[in-house]
Ligand binder design. Structure first.
Ligand code: SF4
Ligand code: SF4
Length: 61
C-alpha cells in the first residue's frame, strides 16, 4: 500500500509529514503535500486518520 494525496483539497498543513512514522518520511509538504517516498510506507494509516482535509487514502501498489 501507498498513500495518495488529493492535491485539490490538501491545505498544506504539514500534519501528514509530522505524523508519518516511516524513515524516510513519505511526504514532502511545500505548496501541497507530495508523496516522495511511497516505498517507505509502513501502512500505519496515521496520515489518513490525521489529515484534517480528508485528502489522503491508501491504495494498492
Ligand atoms: S495532512 Fe492533509 S491537508 Fe495537511 S498537508 Fe497532509 S494531505 Fe495536506
Ligand atoms: S500510512 Fe503511515 S507510514 Fe504510510 S505514509 Fe501514512 S503515516 Fe506514513
Amino acid at each position: 500500500m501507498r498513500p495518495v494525496v488529493n492535491e485539490t483539497t490538501c491545505m498544506a498543513c504539514g500534519t501528514c509529514a509530522a505524523v508519518c512514522t516511516a524513515d524516510p518520511v513519505v511526504f514532502e509538504v511545500t505548496d501541497v503535500s507530495r508523496v516522495v517516498h511511497p516505498e517507505a510506507c509502513l501502512e500505519c494509516n496515521e496520515c489518513v486518520a490525521s489529515c484534517p482535509a480528508e485528502s489522503i487514502e491508501l491504495v494498492e501498489d
